[in-house]
Design a protein around this ligand. Structure first.
Ligand code: HEM
Length: 136
């Protein structure tokens, strides 16, 4: 992951954080439209609280992209908890596509092809680490 990718993702995330509640609502709408069966995995029901945790975690991950020795164990533990939530390998693609779509909807013209590619790279790294730690 090069420095430009990290910079593009961090810069665009600052804008997303300003519209965090709307961005996470759009994200879950995309997820449940793509696969309504995923609703049953979210036992907590309170999608606003869930959205806050997700946004917070993405924020933490982005702040640690140049400290992978710190980030990787955090993601590995997160992944193991996700196995317990019933999350399967195939779901990571759906979540990734829904995130990219939500960023597109939330950022509009700021979501340039370079920013999009940077997000695809970063989510791909996070998902790869999580999938590997899940031992599917
Ligand atoms: C980079 C990828 C992901 C990140 C950063 C992420 C982040 C989080 C965080 C921070 C939580 C709060 C609970 C905890 O910390 O253990 C959580 C819970 C959860 N996530 Fe994820 N997640 C990711 C991928 C996924 C995927 C692929 C699915 C599949 C549908 C998923 C479904 C869930 C579910 C079902 C819960 C528990 C909800 C509940 O307690 O009701 N997540 N996630």
């Amino acid at each position: 992951m090069d420095q430009m990718t990290i910079t593009l993702v961090r810069h665009s995330w600052q804008k997303v954080e300003q519209i965090a509640p709307q961005a996470s609502a759009i994200f879950y709408e995309n997820v449940f439209t793509a696969d309504p069966s995923l609703k049953s995995l979210f036992k907590q029901g309170d999608m606003t609280a869930q959205g806050q945790k997700l946004m917070q975690m993405i924020g933490v991950a982005i702040s640690k992209l140049d400290e992978l020795d710190v980030l990787v164990p955090v993601l590995e533990n997160l992944a193991k908890r996700h196995v317990g939530y019933g999350v399967q390998q195939v779901h990571y693609q759906i979540i990734g596509d829904s995130l990219i779509q939500a960023l597109d909807q939330g950022l509009g013209s700021d979501f340039t092809p370079d920013v999009k590619n940077a997000w695809i790279t970063v989510y791909g790294v996070m998902a790869d680490v999580m999938i590997s730690a899940s031992k599917y």
